[in-house]
Design a binder for this molecule. Structure first.
Ligand SMILES: [Zn+2]
Length: 287
């Protein structure tokens, strides 16, 4: 591909709104335990981290790390959602993992090389807590309980990446889109998700026009509503039916390894009062 075409591709997939980590300022004081990994820590482990924790507000599109960047902080999202994407030489992307309030980022690849695997980019804007990597390492070494919780999270994260790779290779875009919406919904309190067609297209590795068509189908089926700058989940049960098995597999691993830190156990029930009408079911996109 000629250079001018590469530049066009990069411009399409790297919107100018993107910010780099270095330009971010600390945010106002917030409760660090809005992150459920931190909330689940033993009091003495949290007390070790707390003096060095600081809040950051992350705008959409913030790139925390590019591939190969040195990792200096471990971040604990509150309502922000961050994706780890692999970046190809031609600029194309594929999402490998998603990070929200259930966990942390900037630790798995930070034990030996201390270099980012891929690009960590903010999909849903919001707040995070962060702690210097050295503080995190020292706390892990000092506490077997924290060590075990980190290992459990790393295992869940590995399972997420494992299933995501297979999902990207084998499952249709409609099912993957339902999985992505559900995974994002799990990490938010409300039913509205401020995500753009452009970012969703990047995460699913498809054209924006494909995402628009898929979302239109989901809206016609009564599963979501679209609004300017985002979507609202209307029928969670319908989305779960439309998603591939990978959503359930990934969620099962998180709930087994980190009980209480993933979505509330009753979220599906409380959000599933809308049955799919026969007409809506008939117009549901084919998987
Ligand atoms: Zn799948």
């Amino acid at each position: 591909m000629p250079d001018w075409m590469m530049a066009l591709v990069r411009e399409r997939i790297m919107p100018s709104e993107r910010h780099r980590n270095a330009s971010l300022a600390p945010g106002p004081p917030l409760d660090h335990r809005a992150n459920r990994f931190l909330a689940a820590l033993e009091a003495e482990d949290f007390a070790v981290l707390e003096p060095d924790l600081e809040n950051m507000i992350l705008p959409r599109g913030t790139v925390l790390y590019e591939p190969g960047d040195p990792i200096r902080f471990t971040c604990f999202p509150h309502d922000a959602i961050v994706s780890l994407v692999d970046v190809m030489e031609d600029g194309r992307l594929a999402e490998v993992a998603l990070f929200g309030r259930e966990g942390l980022l900037g630790l798995l690849s930070a034990f030996v090389s201390r270099e980012a695997f891929g690009r960590y980019v903010v999909q849903i804007p919001g707040s995070v807590s962060r702690v210097p990597l050295d503080t995190m390492h020292a706390a892990i070494q000092a506490s077997p309980k924290l060590q075990r919780q980190v290992l459990a999270y790393n295992e869940a994260l590995l399972a997420q990446a494992y299933h995501t790779v297979a999902c990207n290779a084998l499952h249709p875009v409609e099912a993957r889109c339902c999985r992505w919406i559900l995974s994002t919904h799990d990490r938010q309190d409300g039913d509205t998700l401020p995500l753009t067609h452009e970012f969703l297209a990047e995460m699913l590795g498809v054209q924006r026009s494909t995402v628009s068509a898929v979302l239109r189908g989901l809206q016609i089926a009564g599963l979501i509503e679209q609004y300017r700058g985002g979507i609202a989940v209307v029928d969670r049960t319908g989305l779960e039916r439309g998603a591939c098995e990978c959503y359930r597999k990934i969620r099962y691993r998180f709930e087994k390894l980190l009980p209480g830190t993933y979505a509330e156990a009753d979220r599906s029930d409380s959000q599933s009062s809308h049955a799919v009408s026969p007409a809506a079911a008939a117009s549901k996109p084919r998987r």
